[in-house]
Unconditional design. Sequence first.
Length: 318
Amino acid sequence: MAESADVVTQEVKRKKNPGQISIVLNKRQPEELQERSVSEVDPYKEILDELHQMIGLEKVKKLVYEIFAFIKINQLRVKAGLKTNPQVYHMIFNGNPGTGKTTVARILARLFQKLEVLSKGHLVEADRGDLVGEYIGHTAQKTRELVKKSLGGVLFIDEAYSLARGGEKDFGKEAIDTLVKMMEDNRNDFILILAGYPLEMETFLSMNPGLPSRFPVHLDFADYTVEELIRIAHQMVKEREYELSEASEHKLITELIQEKEQNLMNFSNARFVRNVIEKSIRNQAVRLMQFYSPQLNRLSKQELRTIRAEDIVNQDRF
């Protein structure tokens, strides 16, 4: 089989016969070539593909790519000696639970590291309890330690609006003030993402006039449609080596429609689907034990894989 010219090293050796030459081929395995080409030619492809393969989130994907393109072009402008403006990438993630906020934050941390915006690219997840202390001075200490742990990466604070719920005398205000200072002191190697319900986040930002300008990037995570949630369900069961029967899919659609109607403002999206799927897998195990107990060893691979309609139960109503 002929070797590609760009991966073959030719060593020419003169023999006793001046007209004879020996060609030594440096053979490289095809998979090694493919791995090299992906990492060297496009080091961002794997990360961007992971984002692209997420179901839904079209507006989020578009904005993330805009940020990626902006950073890359700015880097080229620097090399060309053109003017660039310093940018900060602290963000607000607006969205209900289960809409992929944490997953996107983790992808962004890795992407920023590849782009050399961050030195480490790790994600630190936190909530009010990780920042707010029990006495004066304790909150500032806890918050500073958390930011230091996050340096080189992303600090992701979910339900960030809870920091402002206690009023002026609450220690949550101290956490906010400390965060603002740490954002300024470490702006070159630290990104803060505040996440939560859209209305609560809007109220939270309005309570501190200095906050909105410090978060120039806002990503809105819309609720998934029923069709998208069914695709997520199929993805979840496939990862666990199960599959939904046609009847179980129809029942899950009914459950999703009812749940969305009853919890319009705080529907938990993919989190709800995951809970139903995990409960259904346990229900399937109980069903198989009860009805096939004398012949468990004879269960077919298909029977072990299939989630039936009777296995689908919304655990909140179970």
